[in-house]
Write a protein that binds this ligand. Structure first.
Ligand code: PLP
Length: 437
């Protein structure tokens, strides 16, 4: 064995940086410096944006070792920088910090939430395989599974988000039966919680337990992945509840300013390995500029999410008894005992995205939306500004009427994402818009 000959200064600070004495530093503290050493970049306090397509090796031996990581001969990716389709300093610093929030060994960032999801599904599924997923899912995810993965011979089985242990076990059994029929395996269990647009919560602990029971004693078992875009990383940390892979649209709360599109995956090196290899091949990695913007966003993530959630609690408290409101679907106001139980076990806060049911139908809802003055009429969520939209006529327009009815996507449903404005200004805006209905 030859000793490593790479003399490139190591960019990643040692693990001790995460501790002072015996005290583990909190993510909100680590976001200001973790994973970056200014002395390696001319003392620049903030990381420069590294606009380069390729990186010079310190020696031929170092280049060989880096490629061992890239090609998967060694787990965990390359030890050094190689080529910008594989990795880059801005992306790696961002991945380190995302991993801090999630308590994950490894994270990967992507050009969008959907490219993260697509790369994950393609990495884990082969022809004949089956995906078991909770429903509803983000419309593009559901479409990708049903319309794209199916073209490559991948089947799917779904279960309702709020299902109990028996319902989940049944879905896993149906998934395995279908896989046996198709000559494949149950490749992946894919969850979204809270679900878009209903906010229905999935019992992650029950899913992990059902998976473990169904595959007890078997060498190969499907990972449990979960889209945590609505509550994470602050209010729900699924890896602590038995999930293996956490999925993000970083476009939403993580980016937080409605000015970028990005995605992320977190988990152990073991589960990230196949996804990293496929990302290396396909080039679905995030670009350095957007990675830099996300580093800035993560510095304020906690105060943004806290403020938005406090605002949402105030606004929903005002809306819930308003005479022109038929109901409010907010995690802070859950009535269903099963959903409440899941919330109490998995979540530490209700987030700031909710469903508002206006008394009436499409006309009344449109009137409300057109009357808002502070809140903007736009799809998406998780930004500093309050947004409102009409799922039945916008994001879910193409969903068949029967499925819409099943999911509770009614004509009087308005989706609201509360931002960080003054809460009394928001209440005044909602009050005048309801008066106009
Ligand atoms: C927005 C969103 C996505 C897709 O993310 P993009 O960044 O738009 O590609 C996936 N899942 C959920 C829950 C989302 O809200």
């Amino acid at each position: 064995m030859t000793e490593p000959v790479d003399r490139t200064p190591r960019r990643k600070p040692k693990a001790e940086v995460r501790k002072i004495g015996g005290r583990e530093l909190k993510p909100s503290t680590l976001m200001m410096g973790y994973g970056y050493d200014p002395q390696l970049s001319e003392g620049s306090l903030k990381p420069p944006i590294f606009l380069t397509s390729t990186f010079a090796f310190s020696s031929a031996e170092a280049g060989k070792r880096h490629f061992e990581g890239i090609t998967g001969l060694r787990e965990g990716g390359a030890e050094g920088l190689v080529y910008s389709r594989f990795n880059g300093p801005n992306q790696e610093i961002l991945e380190d910090r995302l991993g801090v929030w999630e308590g994950a060994e490894s994270s990967l960032v992507f050009s969008s939430g959907m490219s993260a999801i697509a790369t994950l599904l393609l990495a884990y599924c082969s022809a004949g395989d089956v995906i078991v997923h909770s429903g509803p899912l983000y419309a593009a995810t559901e479409g990708f599974i049903a319309n794209v993965m199916s073209r490559y011979g991948v089947g799917w089985v779904d279960f309702a988000a709020g299902a109990d242990r028996a319902g989940i076990e049944d879905a896993i059994a149906r998934g395995r039966a279908l896989a046996a029929e198709q000559g494949g395996k149950l490749a992946l269990i894919y969850l979204e919680s809270p679900a878009n647009p209903t906010n229905a919560l999935v019992d992650i602990e029950a899913v992990a337990a059902a998976r473990d029971a169904a595959f007890a004693g078997e060498e190969r078992y499907p990972p449990v992945a979960i889209d945590n875009t609505f509550l994470g990383p602050l209010w729900q940390r699924p890896l602590g509840h038995g999930a293996d892979i956490v999925v993000y649209s970083l476009t939403k709360y993580a980016g937080g300013h409605s000015d970028l599109v990005a995605g992320g995956l977190s988990g152990s090196k073991r589960w990230m390995g196949p996804v990293r290899s496929l990302r290396n091949t396909m080039g679905t990695i995030l670009d350095p500029n957007t990675s830099w913007m996300l580093l800035r966003s993560l510095e304020t993530l906690e105060i943004r999410m806290q403020r938005a959630t406090e605002n949402a609690i105030r606004v929903c408290d005002f809306l819930k008894d308003h005479p022109k409101v038929a109901g409010v679907g907010f995690l802070g106001l859950l009535k269903d005992a099963r959903q409440k139980d899941i919330y109490q076990r998995h979540c530490t806060g209700p987030g700031s995205t909710f469903s508002l049911f206006i008394k009436g139908g499409e006309a009344e809802s449109f009137r409300f939306l057109d009357s808002l003055k502070v809140a903007k009429l736009a799809v998406s969520l998780g930004g500093t500004e309050t947004l409102a939209s009409h799922p039945a006529a916008m994001t879910h327009l193409s969903v068949p009427a029967q499925r819409k009815a099943l999911l509770g996507i009614t004509d009087n449903l308005v989706r609201v994402s509360i931002g960080i404005e003054d809460p009394d200004d928001l209440i005044a805006d909602f009050e005048q818009a309801l008066a106009a209905v």
